[in-house]
Design a protein around this ligand. Sequence first.
Ligand code: DP6
Length: 357
Amino acid sequence: MADTKVYRASTTAPVNIAVVKYWGKRDPKLNLPTNSSLSVTLSQADLRTLTTASCSAAYPAPEGDSLLLNGEPSDVSGARTQACFRELRARRAALEAADPSLPKLSTMPLRLVSENNFPTAAGLASSAAGFAAFVRAIANLYELPASPSELSLIARQGSGSACRSLFGGYVAWRMGSAPDGSDSRADQVAPASHWPEMRALILVASAAKKGVSSTSGMQQTVATSGLFRERITTVVPENMDKMEKAIAARDFAAFAEVTMRDSNSFHATCADTYPPIFYMNDVSRAAIRAVEAVNAAAGRTVAAYTFDAGPNAVIYYLEQDTAAVVGTFYHLLGGLDGWKADSLKGAQSAVALDEAV
Ligand code: DP6
């Protein structure tokens, strides 16, 4: 009798926010970066993607693979999504070849259903959590004996930053040097328990979809910015080194300085792109001034800002400074029109780090 069973597996994946940013591809096809990067994984209680993957020989073959993202059909024909399907199917097919008693899941159409609990494409790294959940859900469905590090090689091909969302805590994506990308993968620098006081406050300056996508923005930067060359040869390697030391020593002042400098350096290369790209807006710049004011009032570094390819601020701070940081933010920003109008009515959450993903 034909196998009409529906096979199914679900998983969740967290958002990560880089403190040393990935910006630039040396190989757009394999999604290999021009520099290493390092991120902090946020708690799934606040921000996560939940994905269910299923497959069945009873799914009509002509429809092929499909993805429902936040209730809407989403295109899966793009090269990046196809690369993930291909890599995962090849690994499953190898298992099936080695053990003919296994059901032939690799030949069945796949259906994915994915939900974010935060605004998609608002600069909150939804593609990172999205592709990480996508890859792990299918890997679970296929019962692949793959480690997070191996899955990071596949997720990277969906979206670069996704390779870091396969781990909790503090995560590095090593750029690697192999032409086939086999050493361009993520690893955990430290678990969340190493520095459990770390917190992140997300200030939503705008939940609208971003203007220039990361993919096209970074391509334009690579092609046109002179400052970018300085960033990838000198600035980022130094920042990676300093950041790993700051995390190892739990030195918040050092962590904060590298985080803010690296965000500034990344946005400077965006401004140096021709024509220039501006992700930050007046509200974002007010957040920078507010962090400076919070640190000046405390007489030490208690907060660090960082911005991805959008205007929303992520503020890192330590638990013991919650009153100083979150309290002062409310106080300061309440007096600014931009914040009143745009941001404070948006999602604002203090999130802890994830222990294990
Ligand atoms: C600014 O991972 O979204 O958030 O690989 O083209 O999908 P693609 O890019 P993506 O870029 C993220 C850029 C960033 C910095 C970072 O997360 O490191």
